[in-house]
Design a protein around this ligand. Sequence first.
Ligand code: ASP
Ligand code: MG
Length: 469
Amino acid sequence: MTTLTMKFGGTSVGSAEAFTQAAGVVLEQAQKWDRLAVIVSAMSGVTDALIQGARTAASSDGRTYRAIVADLRVRHYRAVDALLTPDGERAQLLATVDDYLDEFAAFCRSVHILGEVTPRAMDAITSLGERISARILAAYLRRRGARSEAVDATELIVTDATFQNAVPLMEATRARIAARLSPLLDDGVIPVVTGFIGATEKGVTTTLGRGGSDYSAAILGDCLDADEVWTWTDVDGVMAADPRIVPDARVIPVLSYGEVSELAYFGAKVLHPRTIRPVVERSIPLWVKNTFNPTCPGTRIVREPESAPGTVKAVTAIEGLSMVTVEGRGMMGVPGIAARTFAAVASQDASVLMISQASSEQSICFIIPTPTVPPVIHALEEEMALELARRDIDQIRSLDDVVIVTAVGAGMRGTPGVASRIFGALGRGNINIIAIAQGSSECSVSLVVAADAAADAIQQIHSEVIING
Ligand code: ASP
Ligand code: MG
């Protein structure tokens, strides 16, 4: 018996046309697999709108959420009107949309009165987008002749009570999925499951974190013992570089879990590593595919790297960063300076994206998001007041408008010469490198360059170092 689990992201159900396209994919695969489970995100932008409604309501703005309700009504109505017929389920679906949006408005009213939105309330509110989209897709599949049923993942995915970032409890989840979903699948019904959401043992709605539908798909794939998990998006797969910067960037045919982790960490718009672990650990093949170009194979994600030695597969960048440097000749050999530096940074909740220290120990520099620079510098000056007064530390300074450019590829591991190819490419492009770091996994090399040189750096690395598979 073959089982496929497929997830459609927000853009894949972002309009009536997208729903039509997605349903076409579902119906085609339904012919080919014995069991097919579908997971959907909310229509694109809906989760953001729900969050904005809740936040503005909490901050004494009683008007914005009403406008958002009206706007969401129009968007969902438009889809339902186009997809369902008056003699079919249209009226019923429009009423369903109304029910959920009324619920949203009621939540926002309470939040407005209370003047705050708790994480628990936020999860109840943000779960509504997926509840609606799953019902629209299931109804449309029925209209197209399939047997399909919308299922709320609150019935399937049991989580802890960490609202907004809940952790699935796999054993309980496995049991629920076996009891609720397997009978549908065995009966030839296509369940359309809400992505992103779950519930505690007691039935309180939780969410798995932003972008959590991929996680839902991986959890279902694991619990259903799927042969494959496919996630459908609006690009042909994971690209070697951002096509806005490198127009001829191509899709990467195969990536390992480690490579995906580096890419996700370094800001590329791909799957979150945590979310795909359940499938990768069980070596279930995972594909990223394009709903709007379904014949293109996409990117396959596998557990172990299959790269040829020396292969660099992707180059990516994180923008909006600053480099902070703590320097002074008196720092040399003094234990504890680094620990105190990073404790001060952590006290401001700033996340450090890269660290570099020269062996002379006369400076430590690290990269943080620009908005966190003023509090971090302030915390460092307080922490190091004595060292600054004694001139053991000469200065603490920041350089704004820097970008981390990262080249990723498991094939770099143990292969000499990759770094020199990267530096050579940048040298020929006349691009100044401000700092360098390589992770000990040797799966990536990161360079700090000035923001206005970032596009050139990416293009140079793409054209000279990346081997297009
Ligand atoms: N709708 C949710 C979000 O936008 C989950 C998802 O799209 O994966 O974060
Ligand atoms: Mg989304």
